[in-house]
Design a protein around this ligand. Structure first.
Ligand code: ADP
Length: 397
């Protein structure tokens, strides 16, 4: 069996999936977390065997020990790595800057470049570097491939990625829109064309990736032409804990009037804003339940959430010069009928009509939720970033 191990590493945890290359199915997956804390945990599921999740508490001093814990979990609960022809390890990397236009086999130079890009992604890239080095130490004989969240958006033209600031300053500090969630937007827009059995090159698509982090992407003929996240994942839609779009002068105001420091503002906008800031909870399920129970604060916050989405849909119809497909994906987009329906309410004049019953029918599969008369086809397609990373890793080895 030929397989690819996909790794998504954070500073104190990493997720993994072992994917069968031919069937494109998950053989096993897990999470190693609380690395560096007193007590860590390794969770592992042998998906191929239909087994239950296995949890083990143990001390995990660093990422290298984390990979040893993962390998031990494979040994204990299967599938046995010795029986698998592991052809690559694919790593999710959040920030690839303007350098990495596609998946890249990692050598010393590439690892140094990923590390250098930490300036643009201080929360993510250093953790990826740690994860990659530890994975290389544990799997020295297979190629390691970096797949960047930003690569898919490097097809954007200058007007879409340029911020209207001093151009010398922007060039010196690499300030521009990069966009994120690229693996998801790519996977989902391609899956939409396949699902509709239409040539990707002909389709104008808007992908609404609504998870804890959320972004919109305008995809023209398979290429990203605009996306809502910016130099960092803070711009754009209202998110679980991030503000999304805001007048930058709000920060000057909070600094001058309320004495907020740069670090406090960073924390405020990234960790204490969005749905959490407006309602007290960043989990959309809780917000939805509260709103349905008549909570006026939750309802008002959801109205802000919908308003922002609708604004981007209108914007991207203009940027695309038309629209064939809207796709909902990720935790909120795949699961919340009410949010899908409300977000697109009032857009009938733009040819977007959601079918009430189809929208509320629960399914884990790709499906149409628009009416037959809707000029724009509205779809729900479960995203699969791990599979996209495995596909792209395979393509370059
Ligand atoms: P991440 O950005 O962390 O990958 P996910 O794509 O898994 O996030 O999405 C997580 C979000 O999806 C959470 O806010 C969660 O509340 C929301 N979510 C999951 N199921 C539902 C549901 N049935 N209704 C509304 N929101 C949901």
């Amino acid at each position: 069996m030929t397989a690819i191990l996909v790794i998504n590493s954070g500073s104190s945890s990493f997720k993994y999936q072992l994917i069968d290359v031919d069937s494109e199915t998950e053989l096993a997956g897990g999470l190693v977390e609380r690395i560096g804390e007193q007590l860590g945990r390794a969770r592992h599921t042998n998906v191929a065997a239909g087994a239950d999740r296995q949890d083990k508490n143990l001390t995990i001093p660093d990422h290298t020990a984390g990979f040893a814990a993962m390998i031990a979990a494979f040994e204990a609960h299967g599938p046995h790595l010795a029986d698998v022809d592991l052809v690559a390890v694919g790593h999710r990397v959040v920030q690839g800057g303007a350098i990495f236009t596609g998946p890249t086999v990692i050598d010393e130079t590439v690892l140094a470049q990923i590390s250098d890009l930490s300036e643009l992604a201080p929360l993510h890239n250093p953790a990826h570097v740690q994860g990659i080095a530890a994975a290389q130490a544990n799997f020295p004989d297979v190629p390691h491939v970096a797949v960047f969240d930003t690569s898919f958006h490097l097809t954007m033209a200058p007007p879409a990625y340029t911020y209207a600031i001093d151009s010398a300053l922007a060039a010196k500090y690499a300030i521009r829109r990069y966009g994120f969630h690229g693996s998801s937007h790519k996977y989902v827009s391609e899956a939409a064309a396949e699902f509709l059995d239409r040539p990707l090159e002909e389709l104008k698509t808007i992908v609404l990736h609504l998870g804890n982090g959320a972004s919109v992407c305008a995809v023209d003929g398979g290429k990203s032409i605009d996306t809502s996240m910016g130099m960092t994942p803070l711009q754009g839609l209202v998110m679980g804990t991030r503000s999304g779009d805001i007048d930058p002068a709000v920060l000057f105001h909070l600094n001058r009037k309320a004495g907020y420091t740069i670090d406090q503002l960073d924390e405020l906008l990234n960790k204490k804003s969005g749905m959490l800031g407006m309602t007290g909870t960043g989990d959309m399920r809780d917000v939805e339940v509260a709103a349905l129970a008549g909570d006026a604060i939750a309802q008002a916050a959801l109205d802000v959430y919908y308003h922002r989405i609708r604004g981007y849909v209108g914007n991207y119809i203009a940027q695309l010069g038309g629209l064939d497909v809207i796709v909902f994906t990720a935790g909120v987009g795949e699961n919340s009928g009410i949010i899908r329906e409300r977000a697109l309410e009032g857009l009938e004049g733009l040819g977007i009509e959601v079918h009430h019953e189809r929208n509320y029918q629960f399914s884990r599969d790709a499906r149409v939720i628009s009416t037959d008369a809707s000029r724009v086809t509205v779809l729900v397609i479960p995203t699969n970033e791990e599979l996209e990373i495995a596909r792209e890793s395979r393509a370059v080895i």
